[in-house]
Design a protein around this ligand. Structure first.
Ligand code: GUN
Ligand code: ZN
Length: 434
């Protein structure tokens, strides 16, 4: 038996499939007293303690009481340069960008500043149990170097890219079609596929790129295997009107990206709050994904995301925090707000669907479900230990709970960073609650 084998014992829960496809009961696996076996950064096996413990002669077993082990959370849309401007008052999208976002992102021309914020940002993700994220940098290539350098040290599976933005933004924050292409290419050569890191071609959104820049972004997206494309889509009504004015020859917002070949597998569109049926169909048939960002959509007053509509069209959907428009790094808090967004539309969000969205659904949106998202043998050992007794109220609520479903739901509504007792990435502890 390998001497690096490690065993973690607690209640263990992971998703197996989308409840929308297989029904809730078949969508997860649960071990009330389970063991997760990890070796060399990978999952070896998960199963009941009763069966696995007798096989483990001599292997050290870490036991957690009143705790639930789940796969690490996946955040399919977040901006690391916006960490310091989270909770900025009073504006909807376009004014919020001008008033707060652009001046904040200007500071990332300074690599030392970028490195400081990257460290704070990654620590915050791990404190909240998020082990993989699809991340916007700033327009400066140094910002992405700083981010990847910090992520590499922790051996995290992270995806990021330099923002492409050559119009409708302050001069201090724009590149050009050519420099954006060249800088992105340099970053791809340096980082894409290094360890667990991946690169995303990242046009901010259609209004801040010229047709020339979008053309080159589409070319770049096709040039390397397994690259990502990461942008915003149909978040806010004024934004959508603006896109129509800027691209009158296109049939709609998604068609702008489609025209420039910025669509397809590994293309991730943040928000998609106001999509028509044709756009949903096109997203589904191209294998593109949408990041549902509940706390951000409410904070910026953008609108109510129609999860059922996207589900019915078969669009891949992940969950995003969209910090700094989002108000929490916690995917549990994203799920809390997601539940309310569904309620406002007369719909329900099943707690096992919530689990799926924050883990395996995110992995599928990112085409990483062969590596992360659940505890299938051979996947990366990225997991979290959630503490059912993290706060007095949660502990008291858990005393009343009669089922796993009830406990899981309460965790998603009441939980946040306080619930995350420990976070593991590639089998290594990367956060232990103080
Ligand atoms: N659309 C274009 N840029 C941004 C951004 O930074 N945040 C959000 N939420 N939407 C955007
Ligand atoms: Zn965003």
């Amino acid at each position: 038996m390998s001497n690096t084998l490690k065993a973690y014992r607690a209640a263990i829960l992971h998703s197996l499939a989308d409840p929308a496809e297989v029904g809730v009961e078949n969508s997860y696996q649960y071990f009330e007293d389970g063991v997760l076996l990890v070796d060399d950064g990978r999952v070896v096996e998960v199963g009941p303690a009763e069966r696995l413990l007798p096989k483990l002669n001599g292997v050290e077993v870490r036991e957690y009481r009143d705790a639930l082990i789940t796969p690490g959370f996946i955040d399919t849309h977040i901006h690391y340069p916006q960490t310091g401007m989270i909770a900025s008052y009073g504006e909807q999208l376009l004014d919020w960008l001008d008033t707060y976002t652009f001046p904040t992102e200007r500071q990332f021309a300074d690599k030392a500043h970028a490195a400081d914020v990257a460290g704070i940002f990654l620590k915050e993700l791990l404190r909240n149990g998020t082990t993989t994220a699809l991340v916007f940098g700033s327009v400066h290539k140094e910002s992405v170097d700083a981010f990847f350098e910090a992520a590499e040290k922790l051996d995290l599976r992270m995806i990021a890219g330099k923002v492409l933005m050559d119009r409708n933004a302050p001069d201090y924050l724009t590149d050009t079609a050519e420099s954006g292409y060249a800088d992105s290419k340099e970053l791809i050569e340096r980082w894409h596929g290094k360890g667990r890191l991946h690169y995303a071609v990242t046009p901010r959104f259609a209004p801040t790129s010229t047709p020339e820049q979008l053309e080159l972004a589409g070319k770049l997206f096709a040039e390397y295997p397994d690259l990502y494309m990461h942008t915003h889509l149909s978040e806010n009504r004024k934004e959508i009107e603006w896109v129509k004015e800027l691209f009158p020859e296109r049939s709609g917002y998604l068609d702008v990206y489609d025209h420039y070949r910025l669509i397809g597998q590994r293309a991730v569109f943040a928000h998609g709050v106001h999509l028509c049926d044709d756009e949903c169909r096109r997203l589904a048939e191209t294998g593109s994904a949408v990041a549902f960002c509940p706390t951000s959509n409410l904070f910026l007053g953008s609108g109510l995301f129609d999860l059922e509509k996207l589900e019915q069209h078969g669009v891949r959907v992940g969950l995003g925090t969209d910090v700094g428009a989002g108000t929490s790094f916690s995917q549990l808090q994203s799920l809390n707000e997601a539940y309310k967004i569904m309620q406002l539309q007369g719909k329900k969000l099943d707690p096992f669907k919530s689990l799926y969205l924050a883990t395996l659904g995110g992995a599928r949106a990112l085409y990483l479900d062969h590596r992360i998202g659940n505890f299938s043998t051979g996947k990366d050992a990225d997991f979290v230990v959630l503490d059912y007794l993290a706060t007095p109220l949660l502990a008291y609520r858990m005393q009343q709970a009669r089922s796993l479903e009830e406990r899981l739901f309460a965790l998603t509504i009441l939980g946040d960073d306080r619930v995350v007792k420990e976070t593991f990435a590639a089998g290594r502890s990367v956060h232990l609650r103080g």
